[in-house]
Design a protein around this ligand. Structure first.
Ligand code: SF4
Ligand code: SF4
Length: 439
């Protein structure tokens, strides 16, 4: 919980130097410029396929890990679990353990009862507000926004977002809790498809535990099981299930019942592990007195690992092969061409230059595939095809006219080449020149 909360709350404050014309926040979703930044990776709207790849990669990692280790995501990393645990921890600190809380809720209203319940809800609201506030930091420059909270200089839009997220966090972690896992989360429904008898699960050793029953100090353990039916494992379960009934869909593999039962075993001087992380096959082998090691290498895990490797390599190649210059050309739709009084044929194009570097750049546009050609830029001032200026980290849009008095009588394939005058970096785009008898 400390690790996951620490990562969530502190990540927006990590700085990453990208040069003078780019944000220095390591993880940022900049809605204004429609770009996402993740350390050294920058994702432009045109590269949304990278986001798709990241989501596919995350899904395959989840499947792979689930097939090996069961629902570790649910038990240790899912935000719903982490914030619910945090809220339960606050409740326990303020109101006491389960029995004390039960007693408090059944007691008549008194100053002490109001004080404890009001304190719990106040702390929950503060945590929910901090959670919501941290979320919006991922979409803004974190230090600037953080200080503006203290100077009351926050925009109404941001405050509205924070209000909504505060309410949903308070509701989900304070009240809905495990109901979200049981009734709302789709993952809980299909995760069993990734389980088999060699998946690590939380299991109750029935052979060792049964027949269960109360046990007095000094009594013999002969002809009975090691479970003393203290229900500690049931009381700590956030999902309200009894793991002794076998693996159930509700179990999020949080391991709280393992700790609770181990504590009980310590107290009664028995070996730990009546409830433990184990596989069904391994547990059965132990019960039959066979030595069997864990079999993590299953065909299913090999498939997942292979898919994972393919997606990871594709993502790596996409990130490595990412260029910092892109040219896109769009032919004018109307008119497709005009014939000038001089007899020349002229086509219009919209060109978009994606300057993904953090420096202002000047580009030169040239064309191949047509003879005796002139490129004219429709822009205020003295902009020519040799001096197309695009500021850092942005898209430059120009309307150009290409004319030729040696135009063919049919559409001609042409290639635009854009060259960065500073670095000689180039990009090309294939287009069509349409003339008299063309399309
Ligand atoms: S905590 Fe252990 S001993 Fe107590 S009821 Fe659960 S399984 Fe039995
Ligand atoms: S049965 Fe155990 S591991 Fe599963 S949710 Fe309950 S306490 Fe957590």
């Amino acid at each position: 919980m400390t690790l996951t909360l620490g990562v969530y709350y502190l990540t927006p404050f990590i700085r990453w130097d990208r040069g003078p014309n780019a944000p220095d926040q390591a993880v940022l979703i900049d809605l204004e410029s429609a770009k996402a930044y993740w350390f050294w990776i920058e994702i432009w709207p045109q590269e949304v396929y990278l986001l798709t790849g990241i989501l596919i990669l995350a899904a395959v990692v989840l499947f792979f890990v689930t097939s090996l280790f069961g629902r570790v995501w649910c038990g240790y990393l899912c935000p719903q679990t982490v914030w619910t645990d945090l809220f339960v921890w606050v409740e326990r600190i303020v109101q006491g353990d389960r029995n004390a809380r039960k007693k408090l809720h059944e007691a008549r209203w008194s100053f002490d009862k109001v004080r404890k319940i009001a304190t719990t809800h106040f702390i929950w609201l503060v945590i929910a507000w901090c959670t919501a506030g941290s979320f919006v930091l991922y979409f803004n420059d974190a230090p600037t926004l953080f200080w503006s909270f203290f100077t009351f200089d926050v925009s109404p839009t941001i405050l509205t977002f924070i209000g909504g997220l505060t309410f949903s966090t308070y509701l989900m972690a304070g009240f809905a809790r495990e109901q979200v896992c049981t009734y709302m989360c789709p993952y809980a429904r299909f995760q069993s498809a990734m389980f088999d008898c060699d998946t690590l699960i939380i299991g109750y050793d029935e052979q060792r535990g049964e027949a269960r029953g109360k046990h007095k100090k000094g009594e013999s353990w002969d002809d009975r099981g090691h479970c003393i039916d203290c229900t500690a494992c049931v009381q700590v379960c956030p999902m309200g299930i009894d793991i002794r009934d076998g693996l159930q869909m509700e179990c999020i593999a949080c391991g709280l019942c393992v700790d609770a039962c181990n504590n009980v075993m310590d107290k009664i001087d028995l070996k730990r592990g009546l409830i433990r992380y184990d596989t069904v096959n391994h547990m059965e082998a132990e019960q039959q007195g066979r030595k069997e090691s864990f079999k993590f290498l299953q065909s299913r895990t090999i498939y997942y690992a292979a898919i994972l490797a393919v997606v990871a390599v594709a993502m790596f190649a996409a990130v490595i092969g990412r260029t910092s210059l892109e040219l896109h050309v769009l032919h004018d739709r109307n008119p497709l061409f005009v014939q000038l009084s001089s007899g020349e044929i002229r086509n219009g194009y919209i060109i978009k230059i994606l300057n993904k570097t953090h420096d202002h750049r000047t580009f030169r546009l040239s064309l191949e595939g047509l003879d005796d050609v002139q490129i004219e830029v429709k822009a205020a001032g003295s902009v020519s095809a040799d001096s197309l200026y695009v500021v850092a980290d942005s898209i430059g849009t120009y309307h150009i006219f290409v004319s030729s008095n040696m135009a063919p009588d049919s559409p001609r394939d042409i290639t635009f080449t854009l060259t960065d005058q500073g670095s000689d970096m180039t990009d090309t785009y294939d287009a069509v020149f349409i003339s008299k008898r063309g399309r």
